[in-house]
Design a protein around this ligand. Structure first.
Ligand SMILES: [Zn+2]
Length: 284
């Protein structure tokens, strides 16, 4: 693990990062909310600091219709920012039920995916039946528009699998299990059904050994990483506002566990990104 300053591990990390830059390799933060406060107030700085840490592409993720419009506007402003549009399970109860409201967003040239969508039985901020119905509607939309999905799951893996199995089973490049939290049933289903598994800050936490252990089941060519910023800062910044620049700390943890150096990790994750979002978007 890296501490904030001075130690040998940190020096090695900075050296690896420099090498990465020299070889023009870089990371993508596959899931951030840079159009949300407090990142929104400083998007120029957020993007600059990310770039300094070799994080040169960001997908900013919508959580309801208005938030997805904001995500789109942020993506329009910056060449290396893309977005996803959807209704987060927390927001399911406020959703009009009319998915066609999203068609303009989904067909936008910088919209890479539908999300985040899914189920959250930890907070239960929307009734579960409503969460499931909204989730199903957006999965159907993803099938219609042939888009990958970005899945949020918390304490709801069995129902999450059941809903996905009934709508999107067997699709290739189905999407991303975002901020994977370690459920093996969901992992197995996801790997069998064309998903990429994205690890966020919790993979760096002391108490997350079980989550780290799941990395042994995820092949390098199915991995992604993300910050979920402004939430979930990785070590050594836990408790502070997170931002895309910190993607590298999650990537470093993955590379250490996998026994692959940071450069090769970056190259593989970029290949995964290209495979997942194969599309005709220019400059992707
Ligand atoms: Zn998120």
């Amino acid at each position: 693990m890296i501490s904030k300053s001075g130690n040998q591990a940190h020096q090695n990390f900075l050296k690896e990062l420099r090498e990465l830059g020299e070889k023009s390799a870089f990371f993508t933060d596959s899931h951030a909310h840079i159009h949300m406060s407090p990142l929104l107030e400083d998007t120029d700085g957020v993007i600059m600091r990310a770039s300094e840490n070799c994080v040169k592409r960001i997908i900013t993720i919508g959580t309801d219709i208005n938030d997805s419009v904001l995500a789109m506007q942020t993506a329009e402003k910056y060449e290396n920012v893309f977005f996803a549009a959807g209704v987060h399970p927390h927001e399911a109860k406020g959703f009009s039920g009319n998915v066609s409201e999203f068609s303009e967003l989904i067909t936008h040239p910088k919209c890479l995916a539908i999300g985040e969508i899914g189920l959250d039985y930890y907070y239960d901020l929307s009734p579960r039946e409503i969460q499931q119905n909204v989730f199903r509607s957006f999965l159907e939309l993803a099938v219609e528009y042939k888009k990958p999905v970005v899945i949020h799951n918390r304490d709801s893996a069995d129902d999450c699998v059941a809903v996905m199995d009934s709508v999107i089973r067997g699709r290739e490049r189905n999407g991303i299990i975002h901020c994977f939290s370690g459920d093996i049933t969901l992992l197995r289903w996801a790997l069998d059904n064309g998903f990429y598994i994205s690890y966020a800050g919790p993979v760096t936490y002391n108490k997350s050994q079980e989550l780290r252990d799941t990395l042994q089941y995820v092949p390098m060519d199915r991995l992604l990483t993300e910050t979920d910023s402004p939430y979930l800062s990785p070590m050594p910044f836990r408790g502070k506002t997170n931002e895309p620049a910190n993607t590298v700390y999650n990537a470093l943890e993955i590379s250490t566990i996998k026994g692959v150096n940071l450069y090769e990790t970056a190259v593989q994750l970029e290949e995964n990104y290209i495979q997942l979002f194969k599309s005709d978007v220019n400059g992707l």
